[in-house]
Design a protein around this ligand. Structure first.
Ligand SMILES: [Cu+2]
Length: 263
């Protein structure tokens, strides 16, 4: 630890100013990590609330990459500024010619390579969990994008999708909290993109392809489904409403939809 005397002795030097600037920047960059570490009691910097079992791991990865790239950015820009000032043209000083420094080149190649390899393994674990084989679902729902609405289909009493007793809604999706839901994502016409920010899910709905996504919501609430792909003139109004509720409330809602459909 630096002694008090030494701190006071270096307090007014340009080096100490640089150190303070780097320290302040690191504090700002560390704020999102702090928010993540303290969970819901922390300050939300800019990401929306995370309401699925997979969202915290995705956020953690995002903040790790943000902090690493942020620190590198600040260090590189500070060094650049320092060198611009320190080695600026001065009368009587000629330029020095150099072939570089092999040790420095090895260091700044090996360290980023190791960080990249570490991030690859770390992100692969998250990716395979989120997008690998889905866990056994408690409920399957079909979501079909079309210009400019989300068609949602639930299985009826027979428990099978795409049969006569299906329950269909437009722009209204209800899902149960604490249950694994498998979404079958389709498109009728052009490429749409199913986007629920609180799920940390943004997935293209491509004509001719059924994409499977699984989610397990951790919190009840009202959220929005956006289309994140410019899909035509009415793209701006392609907006769905998502309700996460208890399984019992979902059963009630589904029977209401069925009664409405039959009348
Ligand atoms: Cu769309």
């Amino acid at each position: 630890m630096r002694s008090r005397g030494l701190r006071e002795a270096t307090a007014g030097t340009p080096h100490s100013a640089l150190r303070r600037a780097v320290g302040a920047t690191l504090c700002v960059l560390a704020a999102p990590v702090n928010a993540w570490a303290f969970g819901s009691s922390g300050v939300r910097i800019w990401l929306p609330e995370a309401v699925t079992t997979t969202a915290p791991a995705i956020d953690r990865l995002f903040y790790i990459v943000l902090v690493i790239t942020g620190v590198v950015f600040v260090l590189v820009q500070a060094t650049l500024l320092l060198f611009i000032l320190r080695y600026r043209r001065r009368p009587g000083r000629s330029a020095a010619y150099t072939h570089g420094n092999q040790l420095a080149e090895i260091i700044w190649t090996v360290i980023p390579a190791l960080i990249m390899v570490w991030l690859t393994f770390k992100s692969q674990r998250v990716w395979s969990h989120v997008r690998g084989t889905p866990p056994p679902p408690d409920l399957e729902v079909e979501v079909t994008g079309e210009q400019f609405a989300w068609n949602v289909r639930y299985a009826g009493a027979d428990g099978a999708l795409n049969t006569a007793d299906d329950i269909t809604t437009i722009n209204q999706m209800h899902l149960p909290v604490g249950r694994t839901v498998l979404l079958h994502l389709k498109s009728k016409d052009v490429i749409h993109s199913f986007f629920v920010p609180q799920f940390r899910v943004k997935q293209d709905a491509v004509p001719g392809i059924t994409t499977r996504l699984w989610v397990n919501a951790t919190k009840t609430g009202h959220y929005e489904i956006a289309c994140a792909e410019l899909c035509g003139l009415g793209h701006y109004r392609m907006r769905g409403f998502l309700v996460i509720e208890s399984p019992e409330a979902l059963t009630t809602w589904l029977s209401e939809q069925l009664a409405e459909q039959a009348s």
